[in-house]
Ligand binder design. Structure first.
Ligand code: ZN
Length: 452
């Protein structure tokens, strides 16, 4: 019929030529099956869950999600797809920083380093509004926020939500939930009775609880049911005599932190091992933020201040950091740093024992606190996790699928059909050397290139 009409309207055409022309015309009118689709071809995809490296892979992306991922002989590239040839490259899921305190400048910096999701554990309500406004204006990592921490008076930070007695926990947790908190973060002055009440109130609202412990030890917190323990806090208190440590935590944040870091090297490894194994058995996530311990243990090392990562930090943020001012407030002297450094092998031992016992380790950084650059610090954290005894795959998992498990976000942190199309293209194999996660060539967020 089409041919007849064509002949009638264009009598000069031969039949064969006319069919050809119409076919082309129809092809141009019908959407190609790959229209609106991106096809990434030729790279090696790291399946972080199975540990399998898929060579010469095809990743198909449409509408912000992964449509298919597999070897080239199993996944065809549909006609019309926008093909990006990534031969000689590696693809990993977008990275997740599970412990951050971002400022508005940090979103873009984190993205450039391949961080496509962040769990933010306190910025106060005012900054939380600012961050959400920034995220609406420009590409920003997926954001899971505690908004403001919960602490007991006298609270360390003025913008913390205070709970003096267990009876006030429900109202405070309810207020945070109403403000949009997707996490409850408890801080160092919270004692076990208040923690138990916070956990009850959080459970009622299906909110997970992250704990930076001080006046509650790690085993007590894990038994009560916290979801994650931050900074390895509460572990020395559980492994040795907690009296002096609790007294220091009750005094101030820095007094507590100093006593805590100095205590590690005095502890018995057998006792630390018992704590690590029980924490693993209790299924609590550990977010050790080794990069925070490492950085603060080397504040007497000029190299810390010369890191190329610091070039990503705006001058105003560097001024706000005021590292000498922080050291002065903390009262740290040259005698403290060697003791902080002596803690590091014990912290690594706990982490190694915890992981070997089936414990779930998740990567976090505490960026953008002093000298911790958003995104960059997560690569340092993965390197430190490998130094502590994890394999490169385990370290990568800690910053991807394991972190997504912690967030309860099963479409993040892994590349499979239906997952968010968040990924990082690397110029070298991260399983051969974890430092290769820094060899970032491209970053995709929700199916769009945000760096290339
Ligand atoms: Zn923190």
């Amino acid at each position: 019929m089409t041919e007849r009409r064509c002949r009638a309207t264009r009598p000069g055409f031969s039949g064969a030529r006319c069919v050809c022309a119409v076919t082309i015309l129809l092809a141009a009118c019908e959407p190609a099956p790959g229209a609106g689709m991106k096809a990434l071809t030729g790279a090696t995809v790291i399946d972080v869950v199975s540990g399998r490296a898929i060579g010469d892979a095809v990743v198909l992306v449409r509408d912000g999600h992964v449509v298919a991922v597999g070897a080239a002989d199993a996944v065809a590239v549909p006609r019309g797809a926008d093909v990006t040839d990534l031969r000689g490259r590696w693809i990993v899921p977008g990275l997740i920083d599970a412990h951050a305190h971002l400022q508005s400048w940090g979103f873009a910096v984190a993205l450039r380093y391949g961080v496509t999701a962040v769990r933010d554990l306190h910025d106060g309500t005012a900054l939380a509004d600012t961050l959400q406004a920034v995220a609406r204006r420009s590409p920003a990592p997926h954001f899971f926020a505690a908004i403001a921490m919960v602490d007991s008076p006298p609270t360390t930070y003025p913008d913390a939500f205070a709970i003096a007695v267990p009876d006030s926990a429900d109202a405070v947790v309810g207020r945070l939930a109403a403000l949009g908190s997707t996490w409850i973060k408890v801080y160092s002055k919270v004692r076990p009775d208040v923690l138990a009440a916070v956990l009850d109130a959080a459970r009622l609202r299906r909110l997970p609880v992250a704990a930076h412990l001080g006046l509650t030890d790690a085993i007590t917190a894990a038994r009560l049911g916290v979801t994650s323990i931050e900074h390895l806090s509460g572990i020395p208190e559980a492994a040795g005599d907690s009296t002096a440590l609790f007294a220091a935590h009750a005094t101030s944040l820095f007094a507590g932190w100093t006593a805590f870091e100095r205590s590690w090297s005095t502890l018995d490894t057998a006792a630390l091992g018992v704590v690590a194994r029980e924490l693993a058995a209790r299924r609590v996530f550990l977010v050790p933020t080794l990069v925070l311990h490492e950085t603060f243990s080397r504040l007497d090392d000029p190299a810390v201040y010369r890191s190329p990562d610091l070039k990503s930090v705006p001058d105003s943020a560097r001024r706000n950091w005021n590292v000498p001012g922080m050291i002065k407030r903390a009262g740290w002297t040259a005698d403290d740093y060697p003791l902080f450094r002596a803690a590091r092998p014990l912290q690594d031992f706990v982490l190694r024992t915890f992981a070997a016992s089936g414990g779930r380790v998740v990567a976090g950084t505490d960026a953008s606190n002093q000298l911790l650059v958003p995104g960059a610090a997560l690569h340092s954290e993965m390197e430190l996790l490998v130094h502590a005894g994890l394999t490169p795959l385990e370290a990568l998992r800690a910053a991807t699928s394991r972190a997504a498990d912690l967030l309860g976000a099963d479409s993040l942190g892994r590349l499979r059909p239906g997952a968010a199309a968040d990924l990082v293209v690397l110029g070298a194999d991260p399983l051969a050397d974890i430092r290769n996660t820094r060899r970032i060539e491209r970053v995709m967020l929700g199916g769009e290139w945000v760096k290339r």
